[in-house]
Design a protein around this ligand. Structure first.
Ligand SMILES: Nc1ncnc2c1ncn2[C@@H]1O[C@H](COP(=O)(O)OP(=O)(O)OP(=O)(O)O)[C@@H](O)[C@H]1O
Ligand SMILES: [Mg+2]
Length: 583
């Protein structure tokens, strides 16, 4: 299923970052000028030296000094401009790619995040992209400079003796024979390196964020073992790369030696039969030695190209993922319309434990309160996720009035639905930033925020904090208790004034005092809205208009509390147990 990552994919990835052609050409041309000047500079330096040995040449020496200085100056300026331009192109390309990747990842569907790890993804965005910077800013300049040096060298060699040049040219295919397979291996190793970095990043992220778990589980040694293993894997790939790169240099030298020996042999024969002067042969050898460095730069460019190609494979894959089309569809005011789930079927793509939502039917009238109850893992949260449209249905439909909700744009739909999830996610930032997350700040003033906080019973703890709404929370800030987080989530939802409210177990795991407050907060926010609530504590949903019992992906019964007590055995059991344990 996975398509191969070709050179074409790689180039279109580079081009998709819109490198400025002008700056690129500028960079290459100025680097080129600098290379040409650098290669003719020795001629003038030699003239200066030679002039010393001749009498009465002061004026000439002065001129040569001046020429050397001017050439050196122009060469230096050209190099500065050239290097600067190419580095700017490199930074631009990396920046554009990072932005594209960022914008892409933000909009990927939930299915993608179920399959991929966040630590790994962040590594892709930050680390993998930087390989491209090195390629563009450093290797490209070296490549073009090498071409210039080699071209000048070859022209000089041609002038000196074209027959001898042919011997040199025979050596060139050898480089290709060597570099094509080696390049492929390097590309693969490079991919492995980036994968290992991503993997290590993922674990490092987990090791730091789940540090409490490590402590309470006394899992420090276990975690050290895992770190060691992952770091060692990365090292292994790095060493492999070092070995190949290290072997490359002597092999290149061997080829060069071969060429030099061929020149000496053939040149020697020619000198012997009088068709070549010794001076020309020596001159020829000097030029060949001069272009050896550029030739090895050229080869390093190709291996670098292969490495970057390998490292960017995942970036390209991510950029080809399908994003959620948030704006596609109608913008509809969902007020006053009933919600209906009809024969909904769904299974998670990434799991094979056989969980499946079967034939889910629900009818939710405007302003009514519905509740989902049932054993853990039965599928309650999944139903809410489907209503929120975090996943696509396998079959069946969700209808708003008579309209399939897929006709409504995701943006319009989600912005009118309040979803207090099981996780009570917070971002790191101030309380206010958390409450306003996703809202346009200008449209909400502090009075609205405080009102929402009061309704959610969150104001009482916010008020006690020194910076009130501006208190930093989440990572690097004040850590909130479970109940406080929930109340903050409720306030956030309240502020959005949603028409349909999805509440996932907002009252689980709390002491009775906090539970009461949260229950009151929910009652406040529920007024005048259509609500679907999941609860483990039946006391909180007894008054619902309709209670659905969800079990193993199926609704096994529904009705009011009284009706279910009479008709549903397991519901009755649930209720009895909770009454007995005093919940
Ligand atoms: N993102 C996911 N990817 C794959 N499988 C999932 C995902 N979320 C839930 N599941 C699986 O789907 C099944 C139903 O889970 P769900 O969260 O809907 O249960 P629940 O009724 O809300 O349980 P609980 O009362 O414990 O919250 C479980 O088997 C669970 O493992
Ligand atoms: Mg759940």
């Amino acid at each position: 299923m996975k398509s191969e990552y070709t050179w074409r994919n790689f180039y279109s990835l580079l081009l998709s970052a819109h490198p400025s052609r002008l700056k690129l050409i500028f960079g290459i041309v100025f680097n080129g000028i600098s290379a040409v000047l650098a290669s003719i500079l020795p001629i003038f330096i030699q003239k200066v030296i030679d002039s010393f040995s001749q009498q009465g040449q002061q004026v000439v020496i002065g001129n040569y000094y001046l020429i050397v200085f001017v050439i050196f100056f122009i060469q230096a300026v050209a190099q500065v401009i050239g290097n600067y331009s190419l580095n700017v192109v490199g930074v631009d390309v990396v920046t554009n790619l990072r932005i594209r990747l960022w914008n892409k990842v933000v909009k990927l569907p939930k299915v993608f995040f179920d399959r991929n790890n966040s630590g790994e993804l962040s590594s892709r965005i930050v680390n993998d992209t930087s390989m491209i910077y090195d390629l563009v800013s450093r290797e490209v300049a070296q490549f073009f400079n090498a071409i210039i040096y080699i071209s000048i060298g070859v022209i000089v060699l041609f002038i000196l003796d074209w027959k001898l040049l042919i011997v040199v040219l025979f050596g060139i295919p050898l480089f290709f024979i060597l570099f094509i397979p080696v390049g492929r291996i390097l590309s693969k190793i490079s991919k492995n390196i980036q994968d290992s970095i991503a993997n290590l990043n993922e674990r490092a992220f987990q090791m730091t964020s789940e540090n409490t778990l490590t402590k309470i589980s006394s899992a420090e040694n276990f975690e050290i073992g895992i770190g060691k293993k992952k770091i060692a894997t990365l090292k292994q790939h790095l060493v492999k790369q070092i070995k190949i790169l290290a072997f490359l240099t002597p092999v290149v030298n061997l080829i060069v030696m071969g060429i030099v020996i061929s020149i000496i042999t053939y040149g020697g024969i020619r000198v012997a039969d009088g068709t070549l002067s010794v001076g020309t042969l020596i001159g020829f050898m000097i030029v060949v030695v001069m272009i050896i460095n550029p030739i090895s730069n050229l080869s390093s460019f190709f291996s670098e190209l292969q490495r970057t190609k390998g490292a960017t494979e995942r970036i390209s894959e991510i950029l080809n993922e399908r994003v959620e089309k948030l704006e596609l569809g109608q913008n509809i005011d969902i007020r006053g319309k009933s919600l209906r789930l009809r024969e909904v079927e769904f299974r998670y793509q990434n799991q094979d434990d056989g969980f499946k939502l079967n034939n889910i039917n629900m009818s939710i009238e405007v302003g009514s309160k519905h509740a989902l109850v049932g054993p853990s893992g039965g599928g309650k949260s999944t139903i809410l996720a489907l209503i929120e449209r975090l996943y696509d249905l396998d079959s069946g439909e969700i209808l708003l009035g008579n309209l399939n909700v897929n006709e409504i744009s995701l943006k319009s739909w989600r912005s009118q639905i309040g979803y207090v999830s099981q996780e009570n996610d917070l971002i790191s930032g101030t309380i206010k930033e958390n409450l306003l997350y996703g809202l346009i700040e200008e449209n909400v003033d502090d009075t609205d925020i405080i009102f929402a906080c009061k309704a959610a019973f969150a104001w009482e703890f916010i008020e006690e904090m020194s910076d009130k709404l501006d208190t930093m929370i989440g990572e690097r800030g004040v850590t909130l208790s479970g109940g406080q987080r929930q109340r903050l989530s409720i306030a956030r939802t309240f502020l959005r004034n949603p028409n349909i409210l999805l509440l996932d177990e907002a009252t689980a795991n709390l002491d009775s005092n906090s539970e009461k407050q949260i229950q009151d907060a929910i009652d406040n926010i529920m007024k005048g809205r259509t609500v679907i609530a999941i609860a483990h504590r039946l006391s909180t949903i007894i008054n619902s208009d309709q209670i659905y019992f969800v079990q193993e992906g199926t609704i096994t019964g529904y009705g009011t509390h009284e009706e279910l007590l009479g008709s549903h055995h397991l519901y009755k059991e649930f209720y009895k147990q909770q009454m007995e344990s005093g919940l």
